[in-house]
Write a protein that binds this ligand. Structure first.
Ligand code: ATP
Length: 457
């Protein structure tokens, strides 16, 4: 069972320290959120899982971490200055602003007036002044996608790694879009993170690679605990394709507010590398790109068999970290009835995503020996470097278990007076609530087995 409403998730996220509104004490700033103590762990775990599957578990992908501030020439040449826009309408009655393509009828959702302006293109990119003089002469964009920094580093990476096709470049990082109507919690925000892979292939093999990546990405989301029935593929109709795309498949997820895009997998052809190259006329490009006078590089690669220089096609799986966090929280969220009118809230994250991997609970708060033994066990488990382990020293065992169920901690380990006598502890499993008595010598091994296995839920 997934969450019933977004409100339930928002309330849990705030109460337990996953996600807060940015600058809340000043009334907030629209479309921005901060990740709290548990949110940052969850988000890091999701990104780590993506990085492992995209970079470490493959032999054909390199990583990158490039700048957010971007030379305007890059985004002029990539087509973003001209086309990265949303259609904006204003309500003449109450001055509210809306995205024309999000309105179900020609009516202002705030006041009901039908007196709306004609839609006009609104560019979504944020600009900022670079250097000490803010006279408009020197500015940079905050990147609206991480991808362009991958394309502009293409030659650097090929030269320094001697890669041949097919190969990919992976990057995780912030992107910024001045969304007209940010909404639905962390689903549509103005500052977010993307996990993007640009996978370079020879023209002709692009369609096959596109299919391979759609399947791989679906499988990865399932490994993050996202259930099959909440995922759908959308083959984007030609008239809705981005300016660079030959074909795009969106992985759609059933969010609490409806079925919406979680990740887009696009066939960007040779559009971007072609756009950023000088002397495009020599390159035999498939895509129609604008003449480029400012680049000093030819972003081509030699074919392994013939030595011929070609501009590769690129397949791009581009996933939103924040939308991913929302999806995995929604999937993990359950309210279970325990009998006698009692219920518990549980976040059944896969163990590799859980923000806290284990909580060590001394039975009595003020007992020095119990607390000391708890800290020793915590240090031992922490040294395995499998993620965060905490000592939960609240003194109320029932409350400790409930708290850790609610934040998704897979394992609680209770230290009691018997521990001091015979070295055994109680392991309590989050999902089954079963408890077992094991010797301290076995705790490290059991912990490792249950946390490392990716499908352990
Ligand atoms: P949408 O149609 O929902 O605006 P998009 O098609 O513009 O999304 P892409 O440009 O394909 O999105 O970006 C890739 C991914 O980045 C999306 O699948 C999404 O997960 C994430 N993303 C894009 N815009 C936002 C945003 N404003 N807030 C949070 N995540 C976003």
């Amino acid at each position: 069972m997934t969450a019933k409403t977004m409100e339930e998730l928002v309330a849990l996220c705030k109460r337990r320290g996953f996600i807060y509104q940015t600058n809340e004490i000043y009334g907030g700033l629209q479309g921005l959120f901060d990740y709290g103590p548990l949110g940052v762990e969850l988000k890091n775990n999701l990104k780590q899982s993506w990085w492992s599957s995209m970079v470490y578990e493959r032999d054909d992908v390199e990583g990158l971490d490039a700048s957010i501030l971007t030379n305007p020439a890059v985004l002029r040449q990539s087509g973003h200055e001209d086309t990265f826009t949303d259609p904006l309408v204003d309500c003449r009655s109450c001055n509210a602003r809306w995205r024309a393509d999000h309105l179900e009828k020609q009516e202002c959702p705030a006041c009901g007036s039908t007196d709306l302006t004609e839609p006009r293109a609104f560019n979504l990119m944020f600009k900022t002044a670079v250097g000490p003089v803010d006279d408009g002469s020197s500015f940079a964009y905050l990147r609206p996608e991480t991808a362009q920094q991958i394309f502009t580093n293409f030659k650097n990476i090929v030269d320094s790694t001697s890669r041949t096709l097919p190969f990919g470049i992976a990057q995780i990082g912030k992107a910024f879009r001045n969304e007209v109507t940010p909404r639905n919690f962390i689903f549509r925000v103005r500052e977010f993170e993307q996990m993007e892979l640009e996978f370079f292939v020879e023209e002709g093999s692009d369609e096959e690679w596109h299919e391979i990546w759609v399947e791989k990405r679906l499988a990865w989301w399932r490994d993050q605990g996202v259930s099959e029935e909440n995922l759908k593929l959308l083959y984007v109709p030609e008239e809705d394709l981005s300016h660079y795309s030959k074909a795009t498949v969106d992985i759609m997820y059933k969010f609490p507010h409806g079925l919406e895009e979680l990740e887009g997998i696009a066939n960007r052809t040779d559009f971007d590398l072609g756009s950023h190259s000088k002397n495009q006329k020599d390159l035999n490009l498939t895509a129609t790109v604008k003449e480029n006078k400012s680049s000093n590089s030819k972003l081509a690669i030699q074919k392994r068999d013939t030595g011929e220089w070609i501009v590769p096609f690129v397949i791009e799986p581009s996933a939103g970290v924040d939308r991913g966090v929302l999806a995995v929280i929604n999937e993990a969220y359950k309210v279970e009835t325990l009998g006698e009118g009692k219920e518990r809230t549980v976040l059944s994250f896969p163990a590799h995503l859980a923000p806290i991997k284990a909580a060590v609970v001394p039975l009595k708060r003020n007992n020095e020996d119990l607390v000391k033994a708890a800290h020793e066990l915590k240090d031992q488990l922490q040294s395995l470097r499998l993620g965060r382990v905490v000592v939960e020293n609240s003194g109320n065992i029932g409350k400790s278990y409930r708290r850790h169920d609610e934040v998704g901690t897979p394992m609680c380990i209770t230290i009691d007076f018997q521990t001091l006598e015979d070295g055994t502890v109680t392991l309590r499993d989050r999902d089954s609530m079963e408890q077992e008595r094991v010797h301290l010598d076995m705790v490290g091994k059991t912990f490792q087995e249950r946390i490392v296995r990716p499908d352990s839920r």
